[in-house]
Ligand binder design. Structure first.
Ligand code: PLP
Length: 231
């Protein structure tokens, strides 16, 4: 490919290679790890290039931005919501999304359950954990996670698939390791068998793979630096 978007191809090839290498080092198979393309501030045609190249999953942070780009997306990709979600915005994403990764309160779980039920749908969710205990971040505290899982597991139109986290920046491996432990501890609780650990971004996805991640969320590593002036 020699066109203007060929960098997406090169970046994706490098990401796949890094994942394969990290997986190999710890006795995992690269196919166990799914690559999500995180689309914030990225033009739909650039996002669609990633889909053409075989990325099957897009990650959306902002409801408003998603609504403005939705129609232009290649409809073959699956879409998950990964941003902070207000209960009054759930109605806009309940139909087009197949998973909401950022559930961090019982109240939000209840609202997703209510709307999923109204749409005759069972929504896959992940519980977002604030593993670094950062004031500024969303996510549930590890101490309150069991309560959230139990509540969500009892809701008929939710399927609790696992955990998601954004560790503190430049924290090395510590929090990735804590998330791995936490995931193993809770994955079979409340009669569930969770299969998704969404962990790892551009700067730490290889380490996240070593700590059991099954889904890495990549933005800048795939599409280049974000230009917030455009969005
Ligand atoms: C932006 C974002 C990412 C991707 O971050 P990069 O560092 O650009 O790879 C992943 N997860 C969430 C929740 C994000 O908001």
């Amino acid at each position: 490919m020699t066109d203007a978007l060929s960098y997406v191809n090169e970046n994706l090839a490098a990401i796949r290679e890094n994942i394969a290498e990290a997986a190999d080092k710890c006795g995992r198979r690269a196919e166990e790890i799914r690559i999500m393309a995180v689309t914030k501030t990225v033009a739909p045609e650039t996002v669609n290039r990633a889909v053409e190249l075989g990325v099957t999953l897009l990650g959306e942070n902002r409801v408003q931005e998603f609504l403005s780009k939705q129609e232009a997306y290649d409809s073959s990709a699956e879409i998950h919501f990964i941003g902070h979600l207000q209960t009054n915005k759930v109605k806009y994403i309940i139909e087009p999304m197949t998973m909401i990764q950022s559930v961090d309160s019982i109240k939000l779980a209840q609202e997703i359950n209510r709307l999923a039920s109204a749409h005759n749908k069972v929504m896959d969710i992940l519980c977002e954990v604030n593993i670094g205990g950062e004031e500024s971040k969303s996510g549930i505290a590890p101490d309150s996670l069991a309560e959230l899982i139990e509540a969500a597991a009892s809701m008929e139109n939710l399927r609790v698939r696992g955990l998601m986290t954004i560790p503190p920046p430049a924290s090395g491996d510590i929090f990735l390791g804590r998330m791995e432990e936490l995931f193993h501890k809770v994955r079979n609780s409340a009669g569930l068998s969770m299969d998704v650990l969404s962990m790892g971004m551009t700067h730490d996805y290889a380490d996240a793979v070593k700590h059991g991640s099954t889904l890495v969320r990549i933005g800048t590593g795939l599409f280049g630096a974000r230009d917030y002036s455009k969005k």
